[in-house]
Design a protein around this ligand. Structure first.
Ligand SMILES: *Cc1c(COP(=O)(O)O)cnc(C)c1O
Length: 408
């Protein structure tokens, strides 16, 4: 079949970034959900094992110093920095993406004159981002303005305090123009916070070149940090020691172990810490990040573009006639790293695929989502996926998976 030859050509061309052997994906499973939960790496398992048995088990409390637990959030931040175009010392790992957005948004608003009383965001943003924007605006007496990305350039004004949006849309995978939007916001005096949840580890990001003010992102998606892995926050160098996040806990203090009565903000990224770091979870993330060493993210994205291009072509050729639509953004250069189809029976079809060991996910109302994580996914995986979808669709065997009461 011609698609097999094309898949083989892609996989051969990008053999240099194939890190499949670092991942412990169960035999018989094709994993296409790394955009939601990255799989286990051998390194993450070993780092957790060491942090547990050696550092916690034998080192006990001494490990805050001897294993450098005390800087684990900074160490993980410095491992993420090169993946997002950030300088060392500007990325802090800890808390969740949601909480980091809350902290960064308040900090950004505090840097602005009080006449600026609106926050602009993307109406199609991930729900948690929208909830946080709404809540922070309510706390501040601000207007929360959610709109289409295409409307933002015209809406930015001298009333805008902060523009915040997600770089890669979690449903369509469309990538926003980070440089253009950041420049436009700065031109009217607004600050910008980017959510890199679906970008970090999958597509090239250059926060420094774009001059972004803040960014947040997720540790458990393409970074493979494990379920509930700590997230990250980026603070532009010009805001270090200037911006101040509002949840003033002891680990954001200039001298946490002085146990001073009054809060004194740490001068660097440490001020964005709140309480004690989740050391075991951060160890898993550090292990997973070691797999990215020596990998060029632009190469990863090029591989993803090639694989997703094959997927889109096969979908046009073979799946459209079977009732599937293509929801993902078509242009590879401005697309993140997943492909989304639509089908009125999408939920049941995804369940039927999972029953065969091909794991993707479903997003209401009718979107079938397949992550392409170029460290371990191959074009061959996509050919197998499309063949399985055809088989399931033609046999109608997915009907048994229809459910009125599905949770996800
Ligand atoms: C996954 C995701 C999150 C997750 O937030 P957590 O608080 O870390 O669970 C936030 N924003 C976006 C855009 C996401 O895709």
């Amino acid at each position: 079949m011609p698609q097999n030859a094309r898949a083989l050509a892609i996989d051969t061309e990008f053999a240099d970034v194939d890190r499949r052997h670092h991942f412990e994906i169960p035999a018989g499973v094709i994993y296409l959900d790394g955009n939601s939960l990255g799989p286990l790496t051998t390194a993450a398992r070993e780092w957790v094992q060491r942090a547990t048995a050696d550092e916690w088990g034998r080192g006990l409390i001494r490990s805050w110093n001897t294993a450098d637990w005390v800087h684990i959030g900074q160490r993980a931040g410095d491992a993420i920095a090169p993946l997002i175009g950030a300088a060392p010392g500007t990325v802090m790992v800890g808390d969740s993406t949601t909480l980091n957005l809350y902290k960064a948004l308040h900090a950004a608003i505090d840097l602005q004159p009080s006449e600026r009383n609106e926050v602009i965001t993307d109406v199609d943003n991930f729900p948690t981002d929208l909830y946080i924007v709404d809540r922070v605006c309510a706390q501040r007496g601000f207007t929360s303005r959610a709109m289409k990305r295409s409307e933002m350039l015209g809406a930015l004004s001298d009333r805008t305090s902060v523009l915040t949006l997600t770089h890669v849309d979690y449903r369509s995978a469309e990538m926003a123009d980070m440089l253009e939007l950041t420049r436009a916001a700065h031109a009217v005096g607004a600050l910008v916070i980017w959510d890199l949840a679906h970008s970090a580890g999958a597509v090239p990001v250059d926060l420094a070149a774009c001059d972004a003010d803040f960014a947040v992102g997720c540790g458990y998606k393409y970074l493979n940090g494990g379920p509930g892995a700590p997230a990250f926050v980026y603070i532009a160098p010009r805001w270090l020691g200037v911006a101040r996040q509002p949840i003033e806990g002891w680990h954001g203090h200039a001298q946490p172990f002085a146990f001073a009565r009054e809060y004194e903000p740490a001068p660097g990224r440490e001020q964005f810490q709140v309480g004690t770091q989740p050391v075991l979870a951060a160890s898993a993330l550090l292990g997973a990040l070691s797999v990215f060493e020596g990998v060029d993210v632009a190469r990863l994205h090029a591989k993803s573009i090639a694989i997703a291009g094959l997927f889109h072509d096969l979908a046009d050729e073979l799946l459209a006639q079977r009732g599937f639509g293509i929801f993902s953004h078509r242009d590879g250069a401005s697309r993140g790293s997943h492909v989304a189809l639509t089908h009125s029976d999408g939920y049941a079809i995804v369940q039927a695929l999972i029953a065969r060991g091909i794991i993707g996910d479903f997003r209401r109302p009718d979107v079938l989502r397949f992550g392409i994580a170029p460290l371990y996914n191959s074009a061959k995986d996509i050919v197998a996926l499309v063949e399985a979808i055809i088989d399931i669709a033609d046999s109608g065997s997915y009907a048994q998976f229809r459910s009125e009461n599905a949770v996800i």
